[in-house]
Write a protein that binds this ligand. Sequence first.
Ligand code: GRF
Length: 201
Amino acid sequence: MIRIGVLASGRGSNLQALLDACGEGRIDGEVAVVLSDKADAYALERARQAGVAAIFLDPATYGGRNAYNMALAETLKARAIDLVCLAGYMRIVRKPLLEAYPGRMLNIHPSLLPAFPGLDAQAQALAHGVKVAGCTVHFVTEGMDEGPIVMQAAVPVLEDDTVASLSERILVEEHRIYPEAVRLFASGQLRLEGRRVLGLY
Ligand code: GRF
């Protein structure tokens, strides 16, 4: 059983997908702590409802980004977390945290990377006029949304799509592939060969 720490800034629907998958035994692991940089993140409430430790770490009380990332790393280490999952965490992860969890941090991004990294990925996809959009689970490295890709899922872009309708269609796939990627990590199946993640099939 691996111990999973989730970092979230918002509503936490991906956190919920991970909580559900662990609860139903689909992942050989448990969400042991949820950390947020936002006091009112609904993700914290979801954690509490699931009986999981929910911790707000206020970035304003630390002396800069590195100190904040050090505090995150220490909090995760103190709880013996094996895998860190970013789930709508709206800050760039800095070295002190990355170095504490090399190859043990995943993120979900709402585009088919390497297309449309960064903010508002679904709006970027719509504005670009792509016909296929989707989501990506990847390992977290220093570059934003750049790490080795674990899993992707595609959805069609429809002519009458809005950012909201496209986001909703992508989110269904996020909730499917994030738990699946974590399941594979937890069962020790994933291996890295350069940028390629193998052991999925
Ligand atoms: C998701 O679209 C995720 O891909 C992105 O931020 C959003 C978070 O949604 N990184 P939620 O908080 O998991 O509901």
